[in-house]
Design a protein around this ligand. Structure first.
Ligand SMILES: Cc1cc2nc3c(=O)[nH]c(=O)nc-3n(C[C@H](O)[C@H](O)[C@H](O)COP(=O)(O)O)c2cc1C
Length: 206
């Protein structure tokens, strides 16, 4: 009997996981696997990191986007059965391993990706298309008219489901941990792009 209950629970858990991640297949884009070796050290990446506010007009590739998103919140230790920790431990630490961040990519100039807004899905390393217009101008306007944002081939936009963290940590979750989680993830991005010979600038004015 215990066996039967276990199977039922496992199926139920899987059903819930499926029901909550059942996105439209045609809008899902599988990202290439990240590269795990680099020609520069972490120390050199820290040494060279600087905020960059001028961008060339060259397009990024899907591999670039994949690598940057993996650095931001990619899964490094899967916990997919049953689905725990939103797919598993990630490249960035998170208070209580609650992973409140939801990362969107505003795409303006990426070979093989239409302009628009995409959501990063760490489980399976997918992009989900959520909007199909070029919103770079709106993004720059929303960031208090910082025009360089409009020139960037991509921008990562961080959002968070605060309740994931506040359910456990209450006000401390809201006032501290979600922002701390974001800072850890953003620093990964800052260092990753240096290792890729690209540049980035954190933007908090919006
Ligand atoms: C939380 C945060 C918010 C920031 N917001 C902006 C911003 O809105 N616009 C901008 O041009 N730079 C912004 N910056 C970048 C800082 O200006 C930059 O990190 C600082 O001048 C130090 O220079 P460096 O990053 O080259 O070392 C921000 C940095 C952080 C950490």
């Amino acid at each position: 009997m215990k066996y039967v209950v276990f199977i039922f629970l496992a199926l139920f858990i899987n059903y819930v996981a499926f029901a909550t991640t059942n996105n439209n297949q045609k809008d899902m884009i599988k990202l290439p696997a990240p590269v795990l070796k680099s020609s520069i050290s972490v120390e050199e990446a820290m040494l060279d990191r600087r905020s960059v506010r001028e961008f060339k007009s060259n397009a990024l590739s899907l591999e670039h986007v994949s690598q940057i998103l993996w650095a931001a919140y990619g899964i490094t230790k899967e916990m997919s059965f049953p689905s725990l920790l939103r797919g598993g431990f990630k490249t960035a630490p998170s208070a209580g391993a609650l992973y409140p961040l939801e990362i969107y990519v505003v795409v303006g100039n990426v070979k093989g990706l239409e302009k628009g807004i995409y959501k990063y899905l760490p489980e399976g390393h997918f992009l989900l298309k959520t909007y199909d217009q070029d919103v770079r101008k709106e993004l720059a306007d929303a960031a208090l008219n910082q025009e360089f944002i409009e020139q960037a081939p991509i921008s990562l936009v961080y959002s968070a489901v605060y309740s994931r963290t506040t359910k456990k940590y209450k006000d401390r979750g809201r006032e501290r941990y979600v922002c701390m989680d974001l800072g850890h993830s953003a620093q990964n991005v800052c260092l990753q792009v240096v290792a890729m010979n690209l540049g980035t600038c954190t933007v908090g004015a919006f």
